[in-house]
Design a binder for this molecule. Structure first.
Ligand code: NAD
Length: 261
């Protein structure tokens, strides 16, 4: 299988959230390299503006909080006026709020769901209408291996991601007859600013790889942290026509950390 087909997304319009850095940035770069026109949304516009200078014809950048339905609708509408209706959607924006359930404030809990879960609902609701009107499309939502494996002090994050996974499966069922596929990519520890922030507060890349009985973590059998490109390759596969008979699938990309459970 050639995962570097240079023109695989040529002529296609892709909407992506969280495009400014980390996993979303890696997906955006690969899509641009493979000929897509990208409507890129992020809270932080600066990295997208820098990327835009190299891809003026291919990248529409908008500063948007994915938890704000009206703002998302407006950005997608403006982007589509320039680049056409969306053929593909990737929801990658996410935040990690650490804390045990008893420590978390209601605001922290709500903020986590507003971004991680409501943000995915907002984009799927808005963009799937464009896809339904044309009878085709593919959606990939980024969940987490923590959606199905309990982790200490990650209750809000894990619950918000479990909701994303099940929202995506239901959406896949609803849209199958319209020719639209919906899949999930569930990364494990991946070398991005989100993960690096955890290494500043106690753990390190090596302790994540080794695992910790004290924290009920097995470690990573493949003995490495994922790169954003490794996650992006899985996303691009599921977006592409090479995955034309795959929908409602949850693809774990975690080096075996959760024994694919
Ligand atoms: P990151 O923090 O490095 O990047 C996230 C991006 O999303 C940033 O550009 C940020 O500005 C943007 N963003 C955050 N809140 C937003 C909002 N409300 N509206 C719009 N944009 C917003 O994170 P990452 O590690 O690249 O994570 C990407 C996705 O992968 C997230 O959904 C995350 O939960 C998931 N994930 C990451 C890991 C990991 O180890 N890095 C593991 C499992 C799942």
């Amino acid at each position: 299988m050639n995962i570097n087909n240079m023109n695989e997304f040529s002529g296609q319009c892709v909407v992506i959230s969280g495009a400014g850095r980390g996993i979303g940035r890696a997906i955006t770069q690969k899509l641009l390299d493979q000929g897509a026109r990208v409507i890129a949304l992020d809270l932080d516009i600066a990295p997208l503006q820098a990327l835009q200078t190299h891809h003026v014809q291919q990248l529409y950048a908008a500063q948007v909080d994915v938890s704000d339905f009206d703002a998302v609708a407006q950005a997608v509408s403006k982007g589509s006026n320039e680049f056409g209706p969306a053929d593909k959607l990737v929801c990658a924006a996410g935040i990690l709020q650490m804390g045990t359930i008893s420590e978390l404030t209601p605001e922290q809990w709500t903020r986590t769901f507003s971004c991680n879960t409501n943000g995915v609902f907002n984009l799927c609701n808005i963009v799937s209408k464009q896809m339904q009107a044309r009878g085709r499309g593919a959606i990939v939502n980024i969940s987490s291996n923590a959606a199905s494996t309990p982790r200490l002090a990650m209750g809000a994050y894990a619950a918000s991601k479990a909701a994303v996974t099940q929202l995506s499966r239901c959406l896949g069922l609803e849209l199958a007859q319209s020719g639209i596929r919906v899949n999930i990519v569930s990364p494990g520890s991946t070398d991005t600013p989100m993960q690096q922030a955890m290494w500043k507060t106690g753990s390190s890349a090596q302790t994540v790889i080794n695992g910790s009985a004290e924290h009920y973590r097995l470690g990573i059998p493949l003995q490495k942290i994922a790169t954003p490109d490794e996650i992006a390759d899985a996303v691009l596969f599921l977006l592409s026509d090479r995955a034309s008979h795959i929908t409602m699938h949850d693809l774990r990309v975690d080096g075996g950390a959760t024994l694919d459970q």
